[in-house]
Design a protein around this ligand. Structure first.
Ligand code: BTN
Length: 248
């Protein structure tokens, strides 16, 4: 099924992820269905944060996936696949050499270009369906003070149309998704583009600041860090923060 064969465009919605979740509850939704909105009244980010975006200026979309026999324990591969698709899109279509900030942000010079909120529904120990929410800053140039965000337009000087970007992005996401059975290859490429892989950067955990390099990923996508003093740390999703001071 081609991603975006079913493509729903909404003027305004609370959250495209919520809309997708309701569709999944009430109808038979095809794998690859996309919901895109020009405005969200209750956009959601990772870790319970909100996702704010000016009306019509940025990409806000959710892609519904129905993986075939993806073990719940392997679900982090969806994050990796989506990051690689976004990265390839940005590099190829806009020329922006973005990097991945673990687990699934797109960054350029320490500023966030795109974020991903993946909400998986499990049946037993497999992923029944996944809602991949993508927010990408296209044209906005007035981010709130102190928010380290940037838009593609601020870098390239070009104006972008949300629907056209969504449709342009989907083949990149699909190409990576079709490699989902090559977990080792995907992980290798994800690590190659991961900010801080084999590079000492500053982190904070439980109030302690320390330098560490990323040496790999745990079985469930945890960040494996080797601290400057040689200690190894395995960090879950809310446990460690990459510090702003890495970016000057
Ligand atoms: C993050 O970086 O915190 C993730 C942000 C994800 C935002 C997108 S916008 C489209 C979709 N609908 C939502 O409510 N959130 C995601």
């Amino acid at each position: 099924m081609v991603f975006g064969k079913s493509f729903i465009v909404l003027d305004s919605v609370d959250s495209t992820n919520n809309y997708a979740a309701n569709m999944l509850k009430t109808s038979d939704v095809a794998h690859g269905t996309v919901v895109m909105a020009y405005f969200q009244t209750n956009g959601r980010g990772q870790r319970g944060t909100s996702w704010q975006s000016n009306r019509g200026e940025n990409l806000m979309m959710s892609l519904i996936l129905k993986p075939l026999n993806l073990a719940a324990s392997e679900q982090f591969i969806l994050s990796q696949v989506i990051c690689l698709g976004l990265l390839n899109y940005l590099r190829t279509e806009t020329g922006i050499p973005a990097t991945i900030k673990w687990p699934n942000d797109m960054l350029i010079n320490g500023n966030k270009l795109a974020g991903v909120l993946i909400e998986n529904s499990l049946r037993g120990n497999v992923v029944e369906h996944s809602i991949v929410g993508i927010g990408m800053n296209l044209n906005q140039n007035d981010f709130p003070a102190g928010v380290p965000a940037i838009s593609i337009r601020e870098i390239t000087g070009k104006q972008y149309e949300c629907g056209a970007v969504a449709k342009g992005l989907l083949p990149y996401l699909q190409a990576e998704y079709e490699r989902i059975n090559d977990a080792a290859g995907i992980k290798k490429r994800y690590l190659q583009h991961l900010l801080g892989y084999r590079k000492l950067l500053w982190y904070q955990k439980d109030g302690d600041r320390f330098q560490a390099e990323i040496t790999g990923l745990g079985l469930h996508g945890e960040l494996v860090l080797r601290c400057a003093d040689g200690a190894e740390l395995i960090c879950g999703f809310k446990e460690v923060e990459l510090l702003r001071e890495n970016f000057g």
